[in-house]
Every structure is written in structure tokens, then in C-alpha cells.
Write a protein that binds this ligand. Structure first.
Ligand code: ADP
Ligand code: ZN
Ligand code: ZN
Length: 743
């Protein structure tokens, strides 16, 4: 007999981050299962709180009288599957944090909702009997009865609302008819479907040779029981989505299901429609605009086998399919696949773990793969496929790099190079469209020379210094400080300034030069609401504007066939992020932005404006040469011991008392050094975080580097116990500590 349950309580605190034992009351012994949500008395006051059952046992090592009893099953709670509990345990180990935080992460919906109901009225008698009843009702002048009987003569099944509202038939009349056996009122429960599309099905395209090869290889691996990870490296428009569609068809034909991750920003109506055309009602979507109830319903539909495919951002990974066959992650390099909350999981790694547990395949797709994925593909861990042509037409653009230092030397102090100005004029005259992309990623007040491009950098860290109040320059990695220089140390130019330019300024400058052009702007300010984002795109897409000016938002997967010129302003801005991925991010942004030009029948042109035309990220992006970029970037990662070659654990500390936070950081560094006797462990910090203060909380960071991930897990585990012990004695109070792997 199962008499005891191990329960994780719903309190996010290190001191209660372990299972607690409870007795199962006899009336629950039949119903209780692993994963169920329960309420239990907790602490000295026996306050009732929620928790999850993670294990059931026959015996317990604790004295019987000390064990409390489960109070009940949470009504609105949703259960967790045994697999999800395993996944949560894996997450906790790999990323840190409490078990309850991990459980809440893998929980696909926060609470349960009752299914919606649809009532209808079913005719139980033959037409002749109804006709007899009708004549009788007409004679007796039972008008309501007449109306419903007439309707029943035409239709065997009537929607309840129609009868109650339109025909104005009362409940009493209906129940009378029900008693006489004329009709039956039926209630069907159903789960909402957020996809409101009506579209006829479409046949799949005939695959091109390279596409077919990919589908065949993956399918035959699958058939022979081999579950692999595959990386599709294909330029935008090379037909990756078509490959996904064929793969999904194969998986569904075997009675299994599919999860397709797409970054929320790229999850447009067009994308959804494309899948809907192939899979109809068997596909559903999860996104941030769903209500909690709709979200829950999608999980229910998946669990009951009503759908085969779910499309959504990273949280769609946790939709509980009975027999998952494949996970596909499109745009796998996207930063939104990493969670910003504890546990800070990465969707790619988590998908790999789920695929392992469910015996599913994993397919990653990108035009600019992450260094992680490509590194694994190079080492043979992933199978790599390349797709280089565009079946739907459209050719690669002509890219030119303009050295903005030279523009200044030649007397052009404006924000547009002469080349870009010429092209804008030409395109406007030809009635074609222009996109101007202002790279503001990583903009954190760095200082650079407009004459020679020199950036004021930290002498110890190889990252740019950030400008702080009072003219001080600060390194966020090591805390190095220096005064701001008034002239460039390299060329003595006086144009040694912080970069100042927003989309607003770009628009103003455009208006001066081309007063007749119709210009729209898209950035964080103009797209506060979700609709305005779609609205701006549709205005531009329908040709009601000539120039679209925007930030990173405009580079994501939208096809505008009439755009024949893309200008990239401040291409090197993102090289100055205080981040070892700066080069990778820059390459990705430039490649994506360049990919926006020439998607129609007309050839496209791209102008990259930069102060660092020689930087490898910019050179290789201009040549659209990913392998060359990878070769240089991986060398840098290797030299500096950064991921994916090595691994890095960031420990974030926060406190509203600056000194307390810093002191806690020092203690953690000491603890890590003494607890883990490993000379190959590199520990850096504590230093102020890149954003040193948020909401009056001072933030610090410690970096620990090692070439083996599991050694960093050891460090995290050691520190977690250290922290728990310290918190018990009241030390480290008022300090929050979070772990973040391979940031
Ligand atoms: P990606 O996902 O790599 O951007 P898509 O799958 O969206 O590429 O394909 C780009 C365009 O090419 C789409 O319009 C698609 O319909 C078309 N396409 C893809 N594969 C084929 C094919 N085998 N035959 C004809 N057209 C194709
Ligand atoms: Zn200079
Ligand atoms: Zn430094």
C-alpha cells in the first residue's frame, strides 16, 4: 500500500528546497498520483499551502507521529507528468535554482480550467411523428412548440442558442419535450482552438534534390531507430520551412507528434497559415497573447491527442504530447531561446534532453547558426546539412561596405555615406522601397573615435569601457576605471565621442534630404502595442511608405519583394557590447538585415556603414560567408576560453546595499576557491554587472570558467550548499544569488 508521498512545496526558498514527507489520507489513496497538485499543512502554524507530489512510497524512515497528512487535492491545479518531474530535476541540476522553480517552469499551464461546453438539441423521433405533434401544437396554439418542431423537421441537430434565443423556446418547453422523448439536450465539452483560420488544404510542394536528401536521411535514421540532432544551415528562403513540413508529415504518419519552436517575433500570421494549410485543425499555437485558459486548453488538446503539432516560443517545449516524435527549432541562434528567469534554461539544450527522454529527433534550423550548434556539427555530434539556393526565386544581394572614417576625412559629417545617398535617391526615383536599419544593440555608452574608429577599451579585458556619470570610464568585467579622454589616444582627433543617434534622428535627417519621401519608423517607442508592430509592417508591405527606418525589429523574417535597398547604419555598434558574443551577434544582425534586400524578382543592394570595415564579423557578413566567420570566431573563443569551446558560469548577486552585495560576492569567490581545489578553474570577479543598478538593486557578477561543464555544476552545487548554510544563520540575508550558465 502506498501510504506516503514526497512533496515539493510551493515556496521558492533555498531552505525548503527538498521533498517533505506526508501521509496519504485513506480517501485519497486510490486517486493520488505522482505529479498531482496537493494542499498540505506546513510549518509550525500548519498553514495550508500548495505543492506537487513527486514520489509515492510504502514506507517512511520518519517516526509516524511526526508526519503530517495531506489536506487535499488542489482543484484548480494542473498535474505534472512523471516525465516532466524528471525534466525538472535535470533542469535544477544543470541550471541551478530550486526544485519548485524548475517544476513551475516545466508546467505547461499555470492552472486548470473547465472545458467550454456546447449544447445542442437532438431530434429523437421520426419526421412523421414530429409532423403529427406539430399539427397538434398548431391546433392548441402552442406557438413556441410549433417553432421548434418546425425547425426539427428541417434539421436533426439544432444548436442550443438558436433554439433558446432565436426561436425563443423556454427551458420548460424543452424539458417537456425531453420528457416525452421527442428530443434530447446534449452537452459536448470542448477545448478552445486559438487558430481561427479557414483555409483549404494544400498539397506539399515537390521537394528539390537537396531538400529531399535531408528529409530522406532524417527519416531513414528515424526508421532505423537512430535519434540524432540535425542542423540545417540554410539562407533565408532556401526552403527550410518546406523541409520541416515534410518531416512533420512523416512523423505524424507514424502516429507521433511534433513541437515546432519559432521565436515569438517571427511567429506571424503568414507562418501559421502555411502550417494550417497542410495540417488544418491538427496544428495549434501557443503564444503570449493566449489567455491562461486558452493556454491550458492547448495542453489538454495535446494530451488527448486532438492535435499533432504545436507551434510556439520556448515554453511550447513543455506541451505534454503522449508520444513526441520530433522537435524542430527554427532560428535556433535566437537569444529569446534562453530564459531570463531561474532556472535560466536554454531551449536548445532542454529540447535535446526532452528528445532523449522521449526518443524523438531534434532538428535545428538557421541562416546564421549559433557558435554552439555549428561547433557541435563540426565535431560530428550533430549532422550538418547545407542549403544554399533559393527555390522560390530571389537572388543574393550585392553588398558594399562603406568606411565611415573615410567619409569624415572627405568632409562628410552626416549620418549617410555618399554611396547610400546615391542609392536612396535612385531607388526612390524608381519607385522601389528602402529599409534603413540602425544597429543599436549593445549600445551602452561606449566612446569611439569618429576619425580612426578607435574604441576606448579596457586594457585587461578586451571589451569596451562604458561611459559613466562624471566623465568616468568603467570596465564591467573587471571594474577597471579611468577618466574619459577628450582626444583620441590613437590619432589625437577631437571627435572622440559617445555615439548618439536614434531612429528619430535618422528620420529627421532623411526628411531634410528627401522631403517628398514617405517615411515610417519602427522601434521600441512606436511598437509598444503588439498591433502597431503588425500595422507598421502592413503599411510598408502595401507600399504606402517608401522608407522604413528601424532597430533590430525590422530584420526578422519579413518578406517585402519591393525592397531593393537595405542600409545598415552603425554596423559596428554591436561589436562594443561587453559580451564575448559581440562578434557573433553582429554577424547575425548584418546577415539577417542584408537578407531583407532582393526578396522579389529585382536584385537587391546592401550598404553597410561602419567605422571598422576590417573587423572579421563585418568582412564575412559582407561576403555572406558563415564558415569563414565561424573559423575566426571559434579561434577567438578558444584563445579566451569562452563557450562553446569552454564553459562559463555567471553568478549574479543583487542587493539594495551596495557593500553587502560586494562583500557577499567576495565570500562566494573565497568559498569557490577553497571548496573546489581545482587549479584549472578560472574565477573572475566580483565586479559590477553591465547594468550596475536596476531598481535600486546593486548587481554584481562573478564568472567561473572551465572546459568541462560538469565541473561548473560541481561549483554551483557546492556554492548552493554554502549559501543555504549561510542563510540558515542569517548571513547573506538581503542578497539574491542566481546562477547562469554560458550566458
Ligand atoms: P526558409 O524557411 O528557409 O526561409 P521556405 O521554406 O520558406 O524557406 O521557402 C522559401 C520559398 O521557396 C517559399 O515561398 C516556398 O514556398 C518556396 N519553396 C520551398 N521549397 C520549394 C520547392 N521544393 N519547390 C518550389 N518552391 C519551394
Ligand atoms: Zn582616433
Ligand atoms: Zn576589464
Amino acid at each position: 500500500m502506498l501510504r506516503y508521498a514526497n512533496i515539493i512545496v510551493n515556496i521558492t526558498h533555498e531552505s525548503v528546497d527538498r521533498p517533505f514527507i506526508y501521509k496519504i489520507p485513506p480517501d485519497l489513496s486510490e486517486t493520488i498520483t505522482v505529479g498531482m497538485g496537493v494542499t498540505v499543512p506546513f510549518g509550525k502554524g500548519n498553514r495550508l499551502i500548495n505543492g506537487f507530489v513527486i514520489e509515492l512510497n510504502e514506507t517512511s524512515e520518519y517516526p509516524e507521529e511526526k508526519i503530517k497528512e495531506i489536506a487535499g487535492i488542489t482543484k484548480a491545479g494542473v498535474g505534472i507528468t512523471a516525465d516532466a518531474i524528471k525534466l525538472a530535476a535535470w533542469m535544477k541540476t544543470r541550471y541551478g535554482g530550486t526544485m519548485i522553480a524548475a517544476l513551475k517552469t516545466v508546467l505547461p499551464a499555470k492552472r486548470a480550467f473547465r472545458p467550454k461546453e456546447k449544447k445542442s438539441i437532438q431530434r429523437l423521433m421520426g419526421k412523421e411523428e414530429i409532423t403529427t405533434l406539430l399539427t397538434e401544437a398548431v391546433n392548441k396554439k402552442h406557438n413556441a412548440k410549433v417553432r421548434i418542431l418546425r425547425a426539427l423537421l428541417e434539421e436533426e441537430l439544432l444548436p442550443y442558442e438558436l433554439v433558446a434565443v432565436k426561436l425563443a423556446v423556454s427551458k420548460a418547453t424543452l424539458s417537456n419535450l425531453e420528457k416525452q422523448g421527442v428530443i434530447a439536450v446534449e452537452t459536448v465539452s470542448f477545448y478552445r482552438n486559438p487558430v481561427r483560420l479557414k483555409q483549404t488544404k494544400e498539397a506539399a510542394l515537390v521537394l528539390r534534390q537537396d531538400q529531399k536528401l535531408i528529409v530522406d536521411e532524417i527519416t531513414s535514421d528515424y526508421q532505423s531507430g537512430k535519434r540524432g540532432t540535425y542542423l540545417l544551415h540554410g539562407i533565408t528562403g532556401s526552403g527550410k520551412t518546406e523541409v520541416y513540413i515534410h518531416l512533420i508529415k512523416e512523423v505524424i504518419a507514424k502516429g507521433r507528434q511534433c513541437i515546432l519552436l519559432i521565436p515569438e517575433i517571427a511567429l506571424t500570421y503568414q507562418t501559421l497559415l502555411r502550417f494550417y494549410k497542410h495540417f488544418g485543425d491538427r496544428v495549434s499555437v501557443i503564444n503570449s497573447s493566449l489567455s491562461a485558459g486558452e493556454r491550458f486548453d492547448q495542453c489538454e488538446r495535446a494530451r488527448r491527442g486532438e492535435i499533432d503539432i504545436i507551434i510556439g516560443p520556448r515554453s511550447a517545449l513543455f506541451v505534454p504530447f503522449p508520444d513526441l516524435g520530433i522537435i524542430i527549432i527554427d532560428e535556433e541562434h535566437e537569444t529569446s531561446y534562453k530564459s531570463e528567469q531561474t532556472p535560466r534554461y536554454h531551449a536548445r539544450e532542454t529540447a535535446a534532453q526532452i528528445a532523449l527522454m522521449k526518443e524523438a529527433s531534434l532538428v535545428l534550423g538557421s541562416a546564421t547558426p549559433s557558435l554552439e550548434a555549428y561547433h557541435r556539427a563540426m565535431s560530428g555530434e550533430y549532422r550538418l546539412f547545407r542549403m544554399d539556393s533559393r527555390p522560390g526565386g530571389g537572388c543574393l544581394s550585392q553588398v558594399s561596405v562603406v568606411d565611415m572614417r573615410k567619409e569624415l576625412w572627405d568632409g562628410n559629417r552626416g549620418m549617410f555615406s555618399r554611396r547610400l545617398q546615391e542609392l536612396i535617391s535612385a531607388k526612390l526615383a524608381a519607385g522601389e522601397q528602402v529599409m534603413l536599419f540602425l544597429n543599436r544593440r549593445g549600445y551602452s555608452g561606449f566612446v569611439s573615435c569618429r576619425s580612426c574608429g578607435h574604441v576606448h577599451q579596457c586594457p585587461h579585458c578586451d571589451v569596451s569601457l562604458a561611459k559613466h556619470q562624471g566623465g568616468r570610464m568603467l570596465c564591467h568585467y573587471c571594474g577597471y576605471k579611468t577618466a574619459q579622454l577628450l582626444r583620441c589616444p590613437q590619432c589625437d582627433s577631437q571627435y572622440f565621442l559617445g555615439f548618439k543617434a536614434g531612429t528619430q534622428q535618422v528620420v529627421e535627417n532623411l526628411e531634410k534630404l528627401w522631403p517628398q519621401a514617405r517615411i515610417i519608423r519602427m522601434d521600441g517607442d512606436t511598437t509598444k502595442k503588439k498591433e502597431s508592430y503588425e500595422e507598421i509592417l502592413s503599411v510598408f508591405g502595401s507600399g504606402m511608405a517608401d522608407i522604413l527606418v528601424g532597430t533590430q525589429m525590422i530584420v526578422k523574417g519579413h518578406d517585402f519583394p519591393n525592397v531593393t535597398l537595405v542600409g545598415i547604419l552603425a554596423a559596428d555598434l554591436s561589436l562594443n557590447i561587453n559580451d564575448f558574443r559581440a562578434g557573433e551577434r553582429t554577424f547575425q544582425l548584418l546577415t539577417q538585415a542584408a537578407g531583407r534586400a532582393g526578396r522579389g524578382t529585382k536584385a537587391g543592394e546592401v550598404v553597410i556603414q561602419t567605422y571598422r570595415p576590417e573587423h572579421y564579423s563585418i568582412v564575412h557578413a559582407a561576403n555572406q560567408d558563415f564558415p569563414a566567420f565561424f573559423a575566426e570566431e571559434i579561434m577567438y573563443r578558444e584563445l579566451a576560453a569562452y563557450p562553446p569551446v569552454s564553459h562559463i558560469l555567471a553568478i549574479w548577486l543583487g542587493s539594495d546595499d551596495e557593500e553587502k552585495g560586494r562583500q557577499a560576492g567576495r565570500e562566494l569567490v573565497l568559498a569557490a576557491t577553497s571548496l573546489i581545489e581545482d587549479k584549472s578553474l578560472g574565477i573572475i570577479g566580483p565586479a559590477s554587472a553591465a547594468i550596475a543598478k536596476i531598481n535600486d538593486v546593486y548587481r554584481f557578477v562573478i564568472y567561473v570558467k572551465h572546459h568541462e561543464y560538469h565541473r561548473l555544476i560541481d561549483v554551483k552545487d557546492c556554492l548552493e550548499s554554502f549559501i543555504e548554510a549561510k542563510k540558515k544563520t542569517g548571513e547573506l540575508s538581503g542578497v539574491t544569488i542566481q546562477f547562469d550558465f554560458n550566458t
